[in-house]
Design a protein around this ligand. Sequence first.
Ligand code: SF4
Length: 359
Amino acid sequence: MNKKFTKIGIPRAISYYNNYPFYYGFFTALGLEVILSDKTTTKTINEGTKYVVSDTCLPIKVYTGHVVNLINKGCEAIFIPSIQSTNYKINNCSKIRGLPEIIRNVINVPFTMIEPTLDKTENISFNDFCFDAAYSLGITDKKEIKKAIQAGWSVYNSFMKMAKSGINYNEALDNAIKGKFIKKTIDIVKPLSVVIMGHGYNLFDERISLNLIKKLEKMDVKVFTSLNVSKEESLDAIDQLGEVQYWANELELTGTAAHYMLKGNVDGIIALSAFGCGPDSLMVDEIAYHCKEIGMPLIHLTIDEHTGEAGFITRLEAFIDMLLRKKRSKLAKKSIHENKLSYENVTIKKDKVLTGSLK
Ligand code: SF4
């Protein structure tokens, strides 16, 4: 074997958040050391912002900042895939499709870009994508590459199984990478549940999402995300709403929101998206339309590099407060109904119920 590199840098952004367990398993099985960029900070955002035009969305600025971070760490080979379509005519946005081109045009420092293409519309399969990456690294042994693909799926499937069971993102990732499998212990019932519709690269990046999941958990709110829903469930939910999948990451947004909306086991929906993102605005509008039809509350939180934490928390708290009041009122009505109270009693008991006995 004539391997050109011993290490590969992976930016902790965009496809990292969905695919890193696979990438890790795959590259490690090929005998490479995986170097990750550091977690996103304000410095990462500022660094990325210097290179790209100002109206580029935040996730791409962040991605650029991560590539700069890997270059500064001395990485000679950096994995920057072009994920065009994930199924026939199921496309990514132009920025994700053209990621290698964007980086090539804005970062004028020599390094080797490992830039495989995934494009199922053009019959370029995921296996082709993996072979392309391995060949660019100088690895040509087909048996070895096939074995590495299996190793990638093994880490990925273990991660997904843990995440779907309710283990949080970081814990599931950490354990999958260490080759461990843990089971979710008792699920505590919380007063409120919400589903967040958003890309993994926005939601699970704690700096971009301003720690949205932790903030909600501190407010005693149970949070569901795309990780708790299978691909089949998401597709089925989109279908049941009478919609069709067009965007590659629609499963994380419309599919996830639709799944919980139809199940009726959440009190509200939080849409998290980057300011100025075209695909997201279409998907959020689609879900907002269906929410209106069934009276499901939805808040749309947009983020960019200027988003302040104080305003973000205020909006979130106001939404959660509204959900709590709505739920109290709903439970009060249910309690009255179940007790089969007479109309006269309802007025008296309803007041009592609404003022304090329901939590
Ligand atoms: S989908 Fe939206 S947020 Fe994501 S890279 Fe494309 S434009 Fe940016």
